[in-house]
Design a protein around this ligand. Sequence first.
Ligand code: SIN
Length: 286
Amino acid sequence: MSVSLVKVRDHSYKFISAKPFAPNLGAEIYGVDLSKPISEEQFGDIFKAFLDHQVLFFKNQKEIPPDVHIEFGKRFGELHAHPAAPTMKGYPEIFEIHADKNSKIANGEFWHSDVSCDEEPPLGTMLQIHIAPLCGGDTMFSDMYAAYDALSDPIKKLINGLSATHESEHLYRGRYVDRGMDDSESIFPTAVHPIVRTHPETGRKALFVNRTFTTKINGLSVDESNSILTLLFDQAENINHQIRFSWSINDMAFWDNRCCMHRAIWDYWPEERKGRRVTIKGDRPK
Ligand code: SIN
């Protein structure tokens, strides 16, 4: 086992209780009711737990009313507007995650950090699932601190200082037409980000490339870029850095896009899975 997996993470908080989900990543959170506004003290503990564990799974929840979900998101910062996805009627801040027997695609089927093609990609995303299939429909998360830490020193030296281009035209164009979105006038975002970013709050380095949005390493030949990106994607998707979360109805997950990637498994067709997602704006990766 790689030494980088042996981490001791704080999980003692005063106003919530937390159970580490796996040795490398994640925590289940109990003792807080997100269907109502939470206290400053609970917010402080949740914020700390978010930085400690990178992805939180709030268990034993009731359905969170959309306006309460939006207000909870706003406690962490300004909300992010998705460049392509349809929003919930009456709630432009909410992105409805939905797949059923009529769906041709499901959201987030490939490893990604949300909307990394934005100049200022999201800090974090909060998803509550209200309709889940009998089994399946899990979400996987991968730890990008661990992915970076586990690289050898010569590869770290090579990639520190390099930047990569993240694009979205190939992904978003036409993606949501069957959900009523006319994107004929849309220009989808492209951004250049460092391959290794430093988390603005923890100061830790994280690998920041993903197979969904990252298209090339700048300043390299196409062959060099493809070879190194393949190595980095494989590293980011290495099973040693992953967890897999099985949803119960009304579970809410809150993940940090700056230091983890995720992937939603669409193995439940023709069953239905539905939830509401609020996303918080982040800063420009450095
Ligand atoms: C996503 O936000 O990428 C989808 C996550 C999920 O449906 O589990």
